[in-house]
Design a protein around this ligand. Sequence first.
Ligand code: SAM
Ligand code: DTB
Ligand code: SF4
Length: 336
Amino acid sequence: MTHPRTDWTRAEIADLFNLPLTELLYRAATVHRENHPPAEVQLCTLLSIKTGGCPEDCGYCSQSVKADSGVEATKLMDVQAVLQRAAQAKDAGSQRFCMGAAWRNPKDRDMPAIVEIVKGVSAMGLETCMTLGMLTPQQAEMLAEAGLDYYNHNIDSSPEYYERVISTRTMADRLDTLSHVRAAGINVCSGGIVGMGETREDRVGFIHTLATLPQHPESVPVNALVPIKGTVLGDMLADTPLAKIDDIEFVRTVAVARITMPLSMVRLSAGRESMSEATQALCFMAGANSIFTGDKLLTAVNAGDDKDAALFAKLGLTALKGEEPMRACKALEAVG
Ligand code: SAM
Ligand code: DTB
Ligand code: SF4
């Protein structure tokens, strides 16, 4: 197996975005089936283990103290309560349990409970993913030792547009955390949000940043902005309805992520709830092979298991079998 390219130029990525849709989808679907079972989709479940009261000012987020979204701040959930929710997710057929905390970064005093949660969820046979904000190299090591499979930390947008959305931490801070995660041997999950009012050029810069990391993230979540009332971006979009991302442009972004990062799991993440079945089907054609299941994301509503079961039946898709993401990571390690 050859190592996937990490030397993409912005011009090459822009050219992919500009392809006729039929050609772009054909190429993305070809890369998809060369590297993944094309009719299998990974099922992940999200749980907010510490909600709200976050000191960061991410303009899309209901959990920032700067947002007037009505989300109540909570303390870190009890370990047993988290394990109970993980067991429910497993019973519902989920393969990965992703836990999010609305922190700028975990405090050292939080780490023992976090470690216990990772160990408990792993012991159930679920893949574990955490998103806790910025990490020090030592915290990344602790999570690795606990057996954490994935760490999610999104770059969110292009380096240029990022600064218009978040002021309290920089893209460079985020890339530092990703490198600590990578150095600790934890698989990287990193993606971002489309539909925040960014331009096509920003979407090119967003994919370019991910596809030129020294090693591609094993998981790439592509979120469509969920406009939440009381957040800067949610309110901005409410006033300018035409700013909502065009469905075909969203599909193009998924396809370009698939082509440039062939081994990665590309996750059709937030925003699915308001997407038509046809748009979701196009995303799967374009190489998306992972979703969040269940009724809730972190604070926003999700499509829900019944709707998803009906969609999968209609499209002939099934839950991913086996250790696909791990296989991809092992393949990457093997080729150095
Ligand atoms: N506090 C942690 C952090 O930011 O690193 C973890 C939680 S945060 C909610 C995880 C990611 O969810 C964000 O980076 C963003 O990409 C995505 N996200 C948050 N709010 C969203 C929204 N309203 N619509 C779409 N995606 C969103
Ligand atoms: C990611 O990229 N999307 C997920 C997960 N990683 C943590 C979060 C989506 C959050 C959507 C808005 C909400 O539920 O508040
Ligand atoms: Fe805090 Fe994460 Fe929300 Fe940003 S995205 S405000 S860091 S919870």
